[in-house]
Structures are given as C-alpha cells and as structure tokens.
Design a protein around this ligand. Structure first.
Ligand code: HEC
Length: 173
C-alpha cells in the first residue's frame, strides 16, 4: 500500500469514527421536557390551561412575589409599571399593558413564562390566573370580583385591541 493510499484509508476511517459518534451531545427530549416549554397562548386563548383566579387572590401573590420590583400597587418600581399608562400615540410613547397590549391573553402567557424575573415558570396556573385578574382589575379592565379562566380571559377586550394591523385576522378573538 502506498503512503498516499494508507493516508486516505486512515483519514476515511477516522472520518467514519467521528461521524459514528457525532454529535453525541444531549439526550432526546421527553414529552414532559417538551410540555414544560410548550406554553404558547394564542390571542384567542388557545392553549390556556385549566384553573381560575380572582383579583383578591392575585393581590396576595402580587404582594409577596411581584411588588418588590413592580411597586406596591403595580405602579412601577425598579421594573415597569403594570398599572396605568396613556394610550400609545406613536413609536416613542410608553408601552404599557393598558395603553399598548392588544390581547389580555398575552398577560397570562408572559407572566407564566417569564415572571417572577428571578424565578420564571415557578408559578402555578391558579397563581397566574389570579395575577392576571389582579393586573386587569387594577387597570379597571375587569371588575374586582371577576374570575379569570380559559373562558373569561379571552373575552376581555384591551383598549388598544384595534391599534395593530393583524396578519391573521381569522386567528384573533
Ligand atoms: C426581580 C424583579 C422582578 C420581579 C420580582 C417581577 N418582575 Fe415582572 N418584570 C421585571 C422586569 C425587569 C421586566 C421587564 C420590563 C422592564 O423593563 O421593567 C418585567 C416585566 C413584567 C411584565 C411586562 C410589563 C410590560 O409592560 O412589558 C409583566 C406583566 C410582569 N413583569 C409581571 C410580573 C408579575 C406578575 C410578577 C410577580 C409574579 C413579577 N413581574 C415579578 C422584573 C421583575
């Protein structure tokens, strides 16, 4: 065997070994792994889980888990205000929940996915529904005793609901 063909053979063998092993990283995702990240809530409420909560329950959770950053009544602290705000007028307007967000269901999705900031995805669905109810009620978008759940939350119309150009109108509430 010539040096060249030996070189080619060794090269091919090592390439085959590398391919046989590669990438050899991680492990297959289990259904439970996927479910933990499969959290999307669509504007019409598709994906909302079972559970329910009112502003009174939400106020309690808010006081312990949210007020430290968002202020005692949601009016802002080191993090954004969750209560109040003017309707947006242009790109430089402050973008608040009441003044900017088009869908109430986004509030559930966002809180469940991202809050509290230092411990995301630690809240139960009941806590998220009640926090959603608390924030909507503090913004006077629902009554103080209205329960939020998969049926009622998508029916809450946000003030800026019609302020967006909707790409898929048939998928919105
Ligand atoms: C450690 C601080 C911290 C805590 C605690 C915290 N947040 Fe936040 N939150 C943030 C930060 C930072 C943002 C990003 C927006 C900003 O710049 O303030 C944010 C954003 C939000 C937003 C989006 C606001 C907007 O208009 O874009 C919501 C809603 C929200 N938080 C709800 C909550 C709720 C409910 C809790 C309690 C379960 C909570 N947060 C606890 C820091 C915190």
């Amino acid at each position: 065997m010539s040096t060249r063909s030996l070189f080619v053979a060794v090269f091919a063998l090592s390439a085959a070994l590398v391919l046989a092993q590669a990438p050899n990283l991680g492990k297959p995702a289990s259904p439970a792994d996927i479910a933990a990240w499969d959290l999307n809530i669509l504007p019409d409420g598709t994906g909302l889980p079972a559970g329910s909560g009112t502003a009174a329950d939400g106020a309690r959770v808010y006081g312990t888990k949210c007020a430290g950053c968002h202020g005692p009544e949601g009016k802002g602290g080191t993090a954004a205000k969750l209560v109040g705000g003017e309707p947006v007028k242009n790109m430089s307007s402050e973008k608040t929940i009441a003044g900017f967000w088009p869908y109430s269901t986004t509030l559930f999705d966002y809180i469940r996915r991202a809050m509290p900031f230092q411990q995301p995805r630690s809240l139960s669905n009941e806590e998220v529904y009640s926090l959603t109810a608390y924030i909507l009620s503090q913004n006077k978008l629902i009554g103080q005793s209205d329960a939020m759940n998969a049926q009622t939350l998508p029916k809450v119309k946000m003030p800026n609901r019609d302020g967006f150009i909707v790409r898929f109108p048939e998928r919105t509430p």
